[in-house]
Ligand binder design. Structure first.
Ligand code: ZN
Length: 183
Protein backbone atom coordinates (compact mmCIF):
# COMPACT_ATOMS: atom_id res chain seq x y z
CA UNK A 1 0.00 0.00 0.00
CA UNK A 2 1.32 3.45 -0.89
CA UNK A 3 1.15 6.08 1.80
CA UNK A 4 2.63 9.32 3.01
CA UNK A 5 4.25 8.96 6.42
CA UNK A 6 4.36 11.94 8.76
CA UNK A 7 6.37 11.31 11.88
CA UNK A 8 6.05 13.60 14.87
CA UNK A 9 6.13 13.65 18.65
CA UNK A 10 2.73 12.04 18.87
CA UNK A 11 2.12 8.83 20.82
CA UNK A 12 -0.36 7.03 18.62
CA UNK A 13 -0.75 5.92 15.02
CA UNK A 14 -3.48 7.34 12.82
CA UNK A 15 -4.50 7.00 9.21
CA UNK A 16 -6.51 9.45 7.15
CA UNK A 17 -7.57 9.57 3.49
CA UNK A 18 -7.12 13.00 1.99
CA UNK A 19 -7.45 13.91 -1.68
CA UNK A 20 -7.33 10.23 -2.62
CA UNK A 21 -4.09 9.66 -0.69
CA UNK A 22 -3.34 7.65 2.41
CA UNK A 23 -1.74 9.80 5.11
CA UNK A 24 -0.25 8.05 8.12
CA UNK A 25 0.81 9.88 11.27
CA UNK A 26 3.19 8.02 13.53
CA UNK A 27 5.44 8.52 16.55
CA UNK A 28 9.03 9.44 15.67
CA UNK A 29 10.68 6.10 16.38
CA UNK A 30 7.96 3.59 15.66
CA UNK A 31 9.23 0.69 13.52
CA UNK A 32 8.07 0.55 9.93
CA UNK A 33 6.79 -3.01 10.40
CA UNK A 34 4.46 -1.83 13.17
CA UNK A 35 3.11 0.83 10.83
CA UNK A 36 2.58 -1.70 8.05
CA UNK A 37 0.80 -4.09 10.43
CA UNK A 38 -1.46 -1.27 11.52
CA UNK A 39 -2.31 -0.40 7.91
CA UNK A 40 -2.94 -4.05 7.11
CA UNK A 41 -5.44 -4.24 9.97
CA UNK A 42 -7.24 -1.24 8.48
CA UNK A 43 -6.99 -2.36 4.86
CA UNK A 44 -10.73 -2.92 4.25
CA UNK A 45 -11.59 0.49 5.67
CA UNK A 46 -8.82 2.22 3.70
CA UNK A 47 -9.82 0.59 0.43
CA UNK A 48 -13.45 1.56 0.90
CA UNK A 49 -12.47 5.19 1.51
CA UNK A 50 -10.09 5.26 -1.47
CA UNK A 51 -12.80 3.87 -3.72
CA UNK A 52 -15.23 6.56 -2.59
CA UNK A 53 -12.72 9.31 -3.21
CA UNK A 54 -11.80 7.93 -6.69
CA UNK A 55 -15.49 7.85 -7.52
CA UNK A 56 -15.88 11.52 -6.64
CA UNK A 57 -12.73 12.50 -8.53
CA UNK A 58 -13.81 10.55 -11.64
CA UNK A 59 -16.99 12.57 -11.90
CA UNK A 60 -15.31 15.11 -14.22
CA UNK A 61 -15.23 18.91 -14.04
CA UNK A 62 -18.31 20.74 -12.83
CA UNK A 63 -19.90 22.51 -15.79
CA UNK A 64 -21.34 26.02 -15.62
CA UNK A 65 -24.77 24.57 -16.07
CA UNK A 66 -24.27 22.16 -13.18
CA UNK A 67 -22.96 25.02 -11.06
CA UNK A 68 -26.08 27.09 -11.71
CA UNK A 69 -28.28 24.14 -10.77
CA UNK A 70 -26.28 23.59 -7.57
CA UNK A 71 -26.57 27.25 -6.60
CA UNK A 72 -30.30 27.18 -7.23
CA UNK A 73 -30.94 24.13 -5.05
CA UNK A 74 -28.56 25.46 -2.37
CA UNK A 75 -30.56 28.71 -2.21
CA UNK A 76 -33.59 26.68 -1.13
CA UNK A 77 -31.96 23.98 0.95
CA UNK A 78 -29.49 25.99 3.00
CA UNK A 79 -31.68 28.87 4.27
CA UNK A 80 -34.42 26.37 5.19
CA UNK A 81 -31.97 24.36 7.27
CA UNK A 82 -30.38 27.47 8.79
CA UNK A 83 -33.88 28.49 9.94
CA UNK A 84 -34.38 25.02 11.41
CA UNK A 85 -31.11 24.95 13.37
CA UNK A 86 -30.82 28.61 14.45
CA UNK A 87 -33.38 28.33 17.31
CA UNK A 88 -31.75 25.04 18.39
CA UNK A 89 -28.41 26.85 18.69
CA UNK A 90 -30.23 29.83 20.18
CA UNK A 91 -29.00 32.49 17.76
CA UNK A 92 -30.46 34.83 15.19
CA UNK A 93 -28.69 35.43 11.89
CA UNK A 94 -28.39 38.12 9.21
CA UNK A 95 -27.99 37.57 5.49
CA UNK A 96 -27.24 34.22 3.87
CA UNK A 97 -24.98 34.24 0.81
CA UNK A 98 -24.47 31.20 -1.40
CA UNK A 99 -21.66 30.89 -3.93
CA UNK A 100 -19.12 28.49 -5.39
CA UNK A 101 -15.85 28.65 -3.48
CA UNK A 102 -12.52 26.90 -3.67
CA UNK A 103 -11.43 27.24 -0.08
CA UNK A 104 -14.39 27.34 2.25
CA UNK A 105 -17.54 25.34 2.90
CA UNK A 106 -19.01 27.97 5.13
CA UNK A 107 -18.09 31.14 6.99
CA UNK A 108 -19.73 33.83 9.06
CA UNK A 109 -19.20 37.45 10.02
CA UNK A 110 -19.37 39.26 13.33
CA UNK A 111 -22.64 40.80 12.14
CA UNK A 112 -24.24 37.37 11.94
CA UNK A 113 -24.15 37.09 8.16
CA UNK A 114 -23.58 33.57 6.85
CA UNK A 115 -21.87 32.38 3.72
CA UNK A 116 -22.10 28.85 2.29
CA UNK A 117 -20.49 27.05 -0.62
CA UNK A 118 -23.03 25.78 -3.17
CA UNK A 119 -20.79 22.71 -3.69
CA UNK A 120 -22.23 21.48 -0.40
CA UNK A 121 -25.11 20.23 -2.52
CA UNK A 122 -22.68 17.56 -3.83
CA UNK A 123 -22.20 16.20 -0.31
CA UNK A 124 -24.64 14.08 1.74
CA UNK A 125 -27.38 16.10 3.51
CA UNK A 126 -25.79 15.21 6.86
CA UNK A 127 -22.60 17.01 5.82
CA UNK A 128 -24.53 20.15 4.80
CA UNK A 129 -26.22 20.20 8.20
CA UNK A 130 -22.89 19.71 9.98
CA UNK A 131 -21.50 22.79 8.19
CA UNK A 132 -24.65 24.81 8.92
CA UNK A 133 -24.53 23.96 12.63
CA UNK A 134 -20.79 24.73 12.72
CA UNK A 135 -21.37 28.25 11.34
CA UNK A 136 -24.40 28.92 13.53
CA UNK A 137 -22.42 27.93 16.63
CA UNK A 138 -19.79 30.50 15.63
CA UNK A 139 -22.45 33.16 16.17
CA UNK A 140 -22.18 32.22 19.85
CA UNK A 141 -18.53 31.26 20.00
CA UNK A 142 -16.18 32.90 17.45
CA UNK A 143 -13.41 30.32 17.86
CA UNK A 144 -12.70 26.60 17.71
CA UNK A 145 -12.41 26.06 21.47
CA UNK A 146 -13.59 22.91 23.28
CA UNK A 147 -16.62 24.94 24.34
CA UNK A 148 -17.44 25.67 20.71
CA UNK A 149 -17.23 21.98 19.74
CA UNK A 150 -19.27 20.95 22.79
CA UNK A 151 -22.03 23.24 21.57
CA UNK A 152 -21.77 21.90 17.99
CA UNK A 153 -22.06 18.30 19.25
CA UNK A 154 -24.94 19.14 21.55
CA UNK A 155 -26.97 20.45 18.61
CA UNK A 156 -25.66 17.90 16.11
CA UNK A 157 -24.37 14.75 17.84
CA UNK A 158 -23.12 13.14 14.61
CA UNK A 159 -20.94 16.16 13.83
CA UNK A 160 -17.57 14.39 14.00
CA UNK A 161 -18.58 11.63 11.64
CA UNK A 162 -19.79 14.00 8.92
CA UNK A 163 -17.02 16.51 9.42
CA UNK A 164 -14.61 13.64 8.80
CA UNK A 165 -16.50 12.80 5.59
CA UNK A 166 -15.91 16.36 4.42
CA UNK A 167 -12.21 16.27 5.31
CA UNK A 168 -11.79 13.03 3.39
CA UNK A 169 -13.91 13.81 0.33
CA UNK A 170 -14.25 17.58 0.16
CA UNK A 171 -10.95 17.95 -1.72
CA UNK A 172 -12.17 15.78 -4.60
CA UNK A 173 -15.26 17.97 -4.99
CA UNK A 174 -13.21 21.20 -5.00
CA UNK A 175 -10.90 19.59 -7.60
CA UNK A 176 -13.91 19.13 -9.87
CA UNK A 177 -14.62 22.85 -9.58
CA UNK A 178 -11.01 23.74 -10.33
CA UNK A 179 -11.11 21.67 -13.51
CA UNK A 180 -13.85 23.94 -14.82
CA UNK A 181 -11.49 26.07 -16.88
CA UNK A 182 -13.84 29.07 -17.12
CA UNK A 183 -13.71 29.87 -13.44
ZN1 ZN B 1 -15.18 27.28 12.25
Amino acid sequence: MEYTLIRSRRKTLSVEIKGGKVIVRAPERLARTRIDDFLESRRAWIEKKLEKSAELAAAGPITDEELRALAESAKEYIPAHVRYYAPRVGVSFGRITIRAQRTKWGSCSGKGNLNFNCLLMLTPPEVRDAVIVHELCHLREMNHSPRFYAEVRRVYPEYDKWNRWLRENGGAIIDRLERNADL
